[in-house]
Design a protein around this ligand. Structure first.
Ligand SMILES: [Zn+2]
Ligand SMILES: [Zn+2]
Length: 419
């Protein structure tokens, strides 16, 4: 028993509960104090959240029954592509039309005004494919040959193109994405998440992210996502005019407001359709990526990552926030904190995650459903198993970036104080 352990009687069922004074006291028997009352609002039982939850459950039943299939042939995905293409084509037609007006009617003032407006609108609605964040230094192939070597192996197994750039940051997360016109494949590894995973779970994490490259999810997100960004830009530009001034000005403002109001309505409708199409298929994409990860690293490793994402990850998130203010070695402190995290607190977070069911970020299926899917299927032996030596070499390369990331986490926490 730890020095901070306390024993008390459950006020609800009178069972004796052993807890840790540093964490929330709760009862595993009757789940007293499992969640704060304010978190269990009625809105989670009906309304949009409940609908999302039902859709998640439907999709889960489908993948449990017949597997993930071929997400690229999902009708929702095709529809999203068509709609996004229409948005991109619209921007292109404004550019072509604007230039044509300018050239064909030169030097008529009518042509200049509408031509410039068309080109300006096309600029506003241009597809934005993002760029590499200049602030987050990349880990190059020369700096991290062992890590890139491992990623190449995982990519081959996942049927994915090789990673072009690895970014390491201070988030309790990892992600895969493509940026720029040429579609550079960028993998972001959050060092805190990496540190709390077992070696085979790290391979599962990398395999899941590479699975997104292999399934073309990153490319699709960029294409559809940039169309959604364009729509938000148009929505912002079609802002309301203030109605004031002389009679003429008021009449003009009213007419303009009616027109921009119609544009906003149409654009919002398109955004909602695109986002709802994206919702289902991004969930499907997560199952497909989990499927690859289970084959490459074993279903046990995938389930291990998921479990840590709902137990240790939120605890580490909170710990880092306060530790950043206290000073000292951030990563050493993190290791100690995780080693001392009592099982009762992990179990509380595990049950809480199941209770909340719908993840905050709705692009991922509820974590306990992903675990159920990963362990429901039969896979052969893991395709990649690393020796301790190999994993240590990878770790040494990441350790080289650890000091910089600790400073970033600390600076961010301090900046948040002054906001
Ligand atoms: Zn109780
Ligand atoms: Zn994913």
């Amino acid at each position: 028993m730890t020095p901070s352990a306390i024993i008390q009687e459950c006020p609800q069922c009178a069972a004796s509960i052993t807890g840790d004074s540093r964490f929330v006291m709760w009862c595993p028997e009757c789940e007293w104090n499992l969640s704060r009352p304010d978190r269990d609002t009625p809105s989670t039982r009906s309304g949009p959240l409940a609908r999302l939850r039902n859709r998640a459950a439907d999709l889960h039943r489908q993948v449990l029954g017949s597997g993930v299939g071929t997400p690229s042939r999902d009708p929702g995905r095709v529809a999203a592509y068509v709609l996004a293409s229409a948005v991109h084509l619209f921007a292109l037609s404004m550019l072509v039309g604007g230039v044509w007006l300018l050239v064909a009617t030169w030097p008529s003032p009518f042509g200049v005004i509408f031509g410039v407006a068309g080109v300006g609108f096309a600029y506003l609605a241009r597809p934005r494919f993002g760029s590499l964040d200049g602030d987050a230094p990349a880990l190059t192939r020369q700096e991290a040959p062992a890590l890139y070597g491992l990623l190449d192996r995982v990519a081959r197994e996942a049927g994915a193109p090789p990673v072009d750039v690895v970014l390491v940051d201070g988030a309790v997360n990892a992600s895969a994405g493509t940026v720029g016109l040429r579609g550079t494949h960028v993998l972001t590894i959050g060092l805190p998440l990496w540190l709390i995973l077992e070696p085979q779970e790290r391979i599962a994490l990398l395999a899941h992210e590479m699975g997104h490259f292999g399934n073309g999810d990153a490319r699709r997100m960029r294409y559809v996502g940039s169309a959604i960004t364009t729509l938000y830009e148009i929505h912002g530009a079609a802002a309301r005019q203030r109605v004031r001034g002389g009679l003429g000005a008021i009449a003009l403002a009213i007419v303009v407001n009616i027109l921009t109001g119609l544009v906003r309505l149409l654009v919002l409708g398109l955004i909602m359709v695109l986002e709802s199409l994206t919702y289902r298929e991004s969930q499907l994409a997560e199952y497909a990526a989990d499927d690859r990860a289970a084959r490459i690293a074993s279903p046990v490793a995938v389930a291990g990552v998921m479990d840590k994402l709902i137990t240790k990850a939120p605890a580490v998130d909170r710990h880092l926030e306060s530790a950043a203010h206290r000073g000292g070695d951030l990563w050493e402190g993190l290791r100690e904190y995780v080693a001392g995290l009592p099982e009762s607190e992990e179990e509380r977070l595990r049950r809480l995650a199941r209770l909340e069911r719908v993840r905050v970020d709705a692009t991922h299926p509820p974590t306990h459903l992903r675990v159920a899917f990963a362990v429901s299927r039969a896979y052969g032996a893991a395709a990649i198993v690393m020796t301790d030596d190999e994993m240590e070499r990878v770790q040494a390369e990441l350790d080289a970036a650890a000091g910089r990331i600790a400073r970033e986490v600390t600076d961010l926490a301090r900046a948040a104080l002054y906001e």
